[in-house]
Structures are given as structure tokens and as C-alpha cells.
Design a protein around this ligand. Structure first.
Ligand code: MN
Length: 498
């Protein structure tokens, strides 16, 4: 699986030559200490690299263009230590193409009451210089993240870390390739979309293959490789045969192992990061890919069911944004299925026919073989488990005809009240914020799908910032949502994104 690169972020301090070399020497020294301090926190997912202080139009323009051309640079963090006349930033900003962060900080945390004089004020005037810089970025309509506070403050470091992951989402989005083993499910609206517009907006390349091109890969897998993978499954997962003949059970599991190996090789050979399947378009496949898809999602591939390429790309995107998160809890394709409407216990049971990513599993993972009620293939093997508890985000990217909208719902994941021994699929259970009735009403008003890209490891803000960087509409459903306010927001957005 292709992971993200070893990205770096450039730290660019703005100043000018008005206050002399001694002042500029201090500016450079402060910037070096801040960069060193930020890297030393161990909380940033990527390294910050110090660049020379920018004091004129030529150095600013060159630095931004160098950042554009450096493959490993995923974004620039800017900070105006002193006053930096913003007209000299215009051409550099015009030519800059990567994520931009404005770290509105200052070197000292406290006003040095006893010693402060005008020299100190002139040297340490981010409150002043960052406003001049911020003005030009706003006037030019450039999307950027603003992080405010002292650089040693944990909240500031956390915000910077979160933005870095959003920036990786922006950088990686530009070359996500989605492989469609089958088209959109007939007559289904919400999983459809404009693939040309998606490539223009997000950079996603969305291709289609006849599923029998995949079947050739699956058929070519050596029996020894299949047996070895089946052994791995049997050592890793609990076998829940429920009275089925053990040999027959194992044969069904082996079909999924063969699909996993064949599919992974196909995706690697053809350089894809995400894929979709369709239960009604299986060609020569013996089973709907279930366990195989679950394992590939765990390896980092995006997935969408029934031809849903938008969700497949979003799952890949969110997996790459969350990659390497300490104590990660997981990211998956998901689907709203059934409600619990008992007062005080409201929530949505989440699952799919088969394809839920085991990265979100809590505790033991089992294998079951059960019939599908749809399609016409043999009973597929699948991984079954329940999911972790805690806060998470569920997102749905929809195509409204004239634009994309990303719907972002903060959800609270819980344990189901009771086990569901007859349900042969992996599940999660959550209550949407602010409550089921308001959350579901807002989701429906916004046109959100039944499929979601879901993660415990990303925040609402990170997804909002990603959408903003992509130039698309996003709406948030969380504890501050009211239906009256939300309806107005949708109304206003219809004008803003016309
Ligand atoms: Mn589905």
C-alpha cells in the first residue's frame, strides 16, 4: 500500500530591513528556537523546516516558488515577527499553490514589564505585523489556516498538528486514483456524481475496469499463497462456523483469500489507492468480495460499495490524513442501516453488507460465512466485530448538480445495548450530535448519503479545513446545530456557492 511521503513543512518568518541587522539577527534566532521547540514537542506528525527570514519581494517570491517545486514540502507556515509590508507578499502568494498556515504567535509569552522599551516593541510586534500580512491574504481571497497563541501552548501545537494532517489531505488528494470494478448501482442517486468535476476539484482520477480484468488476477493466484493467507486468517481471527461443515467453511474463506491477493496485486500493478465493487456486477468472481475488501481497507485502501467512488476516495483520503496517528482508533467505509428509537437510547446501527474496516474493531474479530440476500453468488466470508466507543466524524460528499457539498457530522460512538448474535456483519453504533432527531433531520436537509467515510482519528475542524482548501462547500452538524440555523446556512450557501 502506498503511504504518504515523508512530507515536511516550511517555516517562513516575515520581517523587513527597517530595524537593522541586529534586529534581523534576533528575528532569525527566535525563529530557529520556535522551530526547534515545535519539533521537540514530538506532537507534530511532520518535521518543520526553518527557512531564512523573508524581508523583500524577491526572497518571498523565490521561497514560495521553491516550496511549490519541492516535492516533499506539504505546506508553508508563515509568521510575521516584526512588521512586514504586505504588498511585497502579493506576487509570492499569487504564485504559491500549496497549503498555507498563518501561525499568529510571538516569541515571548509574557510582556517583559520591567524592561520593555520601544526597541523591544519594534522587534516583537507580531500583533501588529501579522495583521498587515493577514489583510493581504484576506484581500486576495486565499484560503489559509490561522493558528493563534504562544508556540509552547499545547493547544497551539495540537492545532498545528491537526492542520498538518489537513494539508497532507490536500496534497494527497491531487493524485488519488479510484478503480471501479463495476458501475454505480442502477437508479441510485446519491452515489452518483460528476467524475470530471471531481478531478478538477479534488484531483481524483476515477477509472473503470471490467470486473473480469480483476478475475484474471484472482484466477492467477498460486494455491500455496492462498493456503498461507488462509492460515494467517485462522491464526488471527476466531472461526465462527455456526454449525457449517468446517471444510466447506474453509473453502469459502479461501475464496476471499484468493480475491484479497489478486485484488491487491491488481491495485498495485495499476497504481490505485481506492476501489469500488458492485454486488450485481461480479463477473467470474465466486463471492462478493467481503473479507478481502475489509483487509484491503485495513491496509489503507479506500472503498465504496455499489459503485460509490466518492465515498471510496474520501475513505482513502481520510486514511491518509490519519496515517500514523498515535493510538489510532480507525477509519472505515460505513452505512446507516437501522435506528434505535427508544427514548434516551437513540442511535444508528452502522454496518454494510460485508465491508467494514477492521481498523475500527474493538476486541475480538471473527470470521463468519453467511448467505447474502442480494446477488447470485455463493455465501461470502466476512470479518465480524463491534467497534470502538468515543467521538468520531462521519462525512458524506454529495454532488448537488452545480457543486459538491461535504456534510460533516460529529458523532458519539457507543456500545450496542445487547449483542446481536444473528447479525452476520461488523457493526458500529452511534448517536449523531446534537441528538438523533436534530442530527438526522439536518443530515437529510443537507442531502447526505446513507454511505459515509468515517473516522475516530480526525476532527470536524480538519474536515472543514480540507473542504475549504478544496474550494467546496461544507456543512457541520454538531452540538451547536439548530435546525433553524442550519436551514438558513444551506440557504445562504446556495448563494455563496452559486
Ligand atoms: Mn451500501
Amino acid at each position: 500500500m502506498k503511504a504518504a511521503k515523508n512530507y515536511k513543512f516550511w517555516f517562513c518568518t516575515g520581517s523587513q530591513d527597517l530595524y537593522g541587522d541586529e534586529c534581523l539577527r534576533k528575528v532569525a534566532d527566535h525563529s530557529a528556537k520556535i522551530v526547534e521547540g515545535l519539533n521537540a514537542t514530538g506532537k507534530l506528525p511532520f518535521e518543520v523546516v526553518l527557512k531564512p527570514t523573508l524581508i523583500d519581494q524577491a526572497s518571498i517570491r523565490k521561497t514560495f516558488n521553491d516550496a511549490n517545486n519541492d516535492e516533499d514540502c506539504a505546506g508553508v507556515i508563515t509568521w510575521m515577527h516584526t512588521f512586514s509590508p504586505a504588498k511585497m507578499w502579493i506576487i509570492g502568494l499569487q504564485e504559491y499553490k500549496k497549503p498555507l498556515c498563518h501561525l499568529h504567535t510571538q516569541f515571548n509569552q509574557e510582556i517583559p514589564y520591567d524592561s520593555i522599551d520601544m526597541d523591544f516593541m519594534n522587534e516583537n510586534q507580531s500583533a501588529h505585523g501579522d495583521r498587515e500580512y493577514g489583510h493581504i491574504v484576506s484581500r486576495m481571497g486565499i484560503e489559509r489556516k490561522i493558528v493563534v497563541g504562544h508556540w509552547t501552548d499545547e493547544k497551539v501545537v495540537d492545532k498545528l498538528a491537526g492542520w498538518m494532517r489537513t494539508a497532507i489531505g490536500v496534497m494527497e488528494s491531487s493524485h488519488i486514483r479510484v478503480c471501479r470494478f463495476g458501475d454505480n448501482m442502477n437508479n441510485v442517486a446519491v452515489t452518483e456524481g460528476d467524475k470530471v468535476e471531481a478531478q478538477i476539484k479534488f484531483g481524483w482520477e476515477i477509472d473503470h475496469y471490467n470486473v473480469n480484468d480483476l478475475v484474471e488476477y484472482v484466477d492467477a493466484v498460486a494455491a500455496g499463497d492462498v493456503n498461507a493467507l488462509v492460515d494467517e486468517y485462522y491464526s488471527k481471527y476466531k472461526i465462527i462456523n455456526e454449525g457449517r461443515d468446517l471444510d466447506e467453511f474453509k473453502k469459502h474463506v479461501a475464496v476471499q483469500a484468493q480475491i484479497e491477493i489478486g485484488m491487491e496485486k491488481f491495485l498495485e500493478d495499476n497504481n490505485y489507492h481506492a476501489f469500488v465493487t458492485h454486488f450485481g456486477m461480479l463477473g467470474g468472481l465466486k463471492q462478493l468480495p467481503g473479507l478481502a475488501v475489509q483487509r484491503l481497507m485495513e491496509k489503507g485502501y479506500g472503498f465504496g460499495g455499489e459503485g460509490d467512488w466518492k465515498t471510496a476516495a474520501m475513505v482513502r483520503l481520510m486514511k491518509i490524513m490519519a496515517e500514523g496517528t498515535k493510538d489510532a482508533k480507525g477509519t472505515s467505509f460505513m452505512e446507516d442501516y437501522t435506528y434505535n428509537l427508544v427514548p434516551g437510547k437513540e442511535g444508528i446501527l452502522q454496518a454494510h453488507m460485508l465491508e467494514v474496516c477492521p481498523s475500527i474493531a474493538d476486541g475480538e474479530i471473527g470470521i463468519k460465512v453467511n448467505p447474502l440476500t442480494m446477488g447470485n453468488r455463493e455465501d461470502p466470508a466476512r470479518l465480524v466485530f463491534t467497534s470502538k466507543t468515543g467521538p468520531a466524524v462521519a462525512t458524506s460528499l454529495v454532488d448537488l448538480g452545480n457543486r459538491f457539498r461535504l456534510i460533516i457530522n460529529a458523532v458519539d460512538c457507543k456500545k450496542c445495548e445487547k449483542p446481536m448474535p444473528k447479525l452476520p456483519v461488523a457493526t458500529a453504533f452511534w448517536t449523531p450530535q446534537p441528538d438523533l432527531a436534530t442530527g438526522a433531520e439536518a443530515w437529510i436537509l443537507a442531502g447526505g448519503a446513507h454511505h459515509t467515510a468515517f473516522s475516530y482519528d480526525l476532527s470536524v475542524d480538519q474536515m472543514v479545513d480540507w473542504a475549504a482548501a478544496m474550494g467546496i462547500e461544507s456543512v457541520v452538524i454538531d452540538n451547536s446545530t439548530t435546525i433553524r440555523g442550519f436551514k438558513n446556512e444551506l440557504r445562504w450557501n446556495a448563494i455563496a456557492f452559486k
